[in-house]
Design a protein around this ligand. Structure first.
Ligand SMILES: Nc1ncnc2c1ncn2[C@@H]1O[C@H](COP(=O)(O)OP(=O)(O)OP(=O)(O)O)[C@@H](O)[C@H]1O
Ligand SMILES: [Mg+2]
Length: 474
């Protein structure tokens, strides 16, 4: 940015300087020509009659006086170009073939003006500048051409004025360029510092430190960028934390049944004379643990497929009423075993777009929870109604309920209100998080209201036509 700005400044300066000194030079030359022509013409008017009447002394006097008055050298040439009078009295008698003289004598001009390097007569031996201006005018008498009057003078003064203008312009430019460089330096520092800071923060984050945050300051786009970056960093950090939490929870969940199984197996292995019934009981327990292990692994696989968006929903027109009834039917024996009353109030013929097996899993998990967390002889009611463009499924129980402080967490992975109790019933705390994700894949939502000791009610809203964008991709 600094370089391009400087380039623009230099280019515009060179252009301005060129134009400006051009104007000044033209003006000064013009002035000089006018002044010289006027003086020479006036002098010619005096000299011509003196020349014609051959008053040599008067002529010499006039020429010397005019020479010192004008500050230059005055020459009078005859029609052949020979010097008759010279105010410096050095060239008398020599022929002078200056172009200005030629243009009057040979080309018939009345007047001629030119500036030459000093090749002609020595005008100002002390002058530094070698340029000399020549102004020539035809001398005419009553009987025709008398010759040429030439006035030669140094132009150093004029050139000095021009050099002064150039110097002044140069100074102005230098000052402007200096200020521009300082300002661009300042602006680019102001502009690049927050970018550099952010880059360093990103580099630190790239090296694995997810706790770093960008400095939020100012009130411009950089501030918005830093704020958005921090939001992203926070999400990444919490994602990272929940990922390691998940891995540690999952390992723990897998380790527990493995430890139990090892103990059971060692009992059977190292006690060969163990009674057969006892052996069978141990093996039965091991079988139970294997079931539990396989359930946990199944749930983890489901979650990981959903996380990586590999979960494919087989969309079709589903009779949700039938799906709910069939799923409840599967759970009836379990309810019967504990003397629980499982009731379904399903409006028949509710159709929706969805994946039948996933919808069934939603109903199964919620109802199974209701049965698990309700005492023997309790009551569980599953309702399905159509409301507007949605199907509303509710699973209500009069079980143990959920303490207020836990309600907000029950959809988190591995979250269980009462770890010991859940373990007895074989829960891992993954059921509800799977349920919630399946509902979201169908474009719906789940809410819960519960009172400890009184029971819980889970409400699921499922859009009948909804085919969410993400799901439609897979
Ligand atoms: N109907 C309910 N009544 C009371 N508490 C419930 C109910 N449903 C869920 N909970 C609480 O929410 C927690 C999380 O439920 P979730 O279904 O995710 O896990 P889980 O049932 O313990 O194990 P699983 O992964 O086998 O389903 C349960 O451990 C339980 O404490
Ligand atoms: Mg459950």
């Amino acid at each position: 940015m600094t370089v391009s700005l400087l380039a623009v400044i230099i280019a515009s300066f060179l252009f301005t300087q060129n134009r400006l000194t051009g104007f000044v030079r033209d003006y000064l030359y013009h002035q000089r020509i006018r002044q010289d022509s006027l003086s020479v013409e006036r002098l010619a008017a005096t000299v011509a009659p003196l020349l014609q009447s051959a008053q040599t002394d008067a002529l010499n006097e006039t020429i010397s006086a005019a020479g010192s008055e004008l500050g230059g050298r005055i020459l009078v040439l005859d029609p052949d170009g020979k010097v008759q009078f010279d105010s410096f009295t050095r060239l008398e008698g020599t022929r002078l073939a200056l172009p200005v003289v030629v243009s009057i004598l040979a080309e018939g001009e009345q007047q001629a003006y030119a500036i030459y390097r000093r090749t002609g007569p020595d005008v100002d031996p002390s002058g530094d500048d070698s340029r000399v201006s020549y102004c020539a005018v035809r001398l005419t008498g009553s009987e025709g051409d008398l010759g040429v009057l030439v006035y030669a003078s140094p132009v150093a003064e004029m050139l000095n004025s021009l050099a002064e203008v150039e110097r002044q312009v140069g100074l102005v430019f230098l000052a402007a360029a200096l200020i521009a460089v300082l300002l661009t330096g300042l602006f680019s520092r102001l502009l690049t510092r927050p970018i550099n800071d952010l880059t360093k923060t990103i580099q630190k984050m790239g090296k694995g430190d997810l706790s770093v945050r960008a400095n939020v300051r100012g009130n411009d786009e950089m501030r918005t960028l830093a704020e958005n970056y921090n939001v992203m960093a926070e999400q990444l950090e919490s994602l990272d934390q929940s990922r390691s939490q998940f891995v540690s929870n999952a390992s723990h969940e897998l380790k527990t049944p493995l430890t139990t199984m090892k103990i059971l197996l060692e009992n059977v292995l190292y006690q060969p004379d163990m009674p057969r019934e006892m052996q069978e009981e141990f093996l039965g327990d091991m079988n139970h643990e294997i079931d539990r292990l396989s359930n946990v692994v199944g749930d983890l696989l489901t979650l990981s497929r959903m996380d990586s968006h590999k979960m494919e929903l087989h969309w079709k027109r589903v009779n949700l009423s039938e799906t709910v009834n069939e799923t409840i039917h599967l759970l009836l024996p379990q309810a019967d075993r504990r003397g629980q009353h499982l009731e379904s109030r399903v409006t028949p013929g509710i159709l929706m777009n969805g994946d039948a097996s996933k919808l069934s899993q939603i109903v199964y998990n919620l109802t199974e929870n209701a049965l698990k967390y309700t005492g023997d002889g309790g009551r569980i009611v599953v309702t399905l109604v159509e409301r507007g463009k949605n199907a509303i499924l509710t699973v209500r129980d009069n079980g143990i309920g959920i303490p207020a402080e836990d309600v907000g967490h029950i959809f988190e992975r591995f979250y269980r209100v009462d770890k010991a109790r859940s373990r007895e019933t074989g829960g891992t705390g993954l059921g509800l998080s799977i349920v919630r994700q399946l509902i979201q894949l169908h474009g719906g939502e789940i809410t819960v209201s519960s009172r400890q000791g009184e029971g819980s009610e889970f409400t699921v809203r499922l859009p009948l036509e909804g085919k969410p964008y993400e799901a439609s991709l897979s």
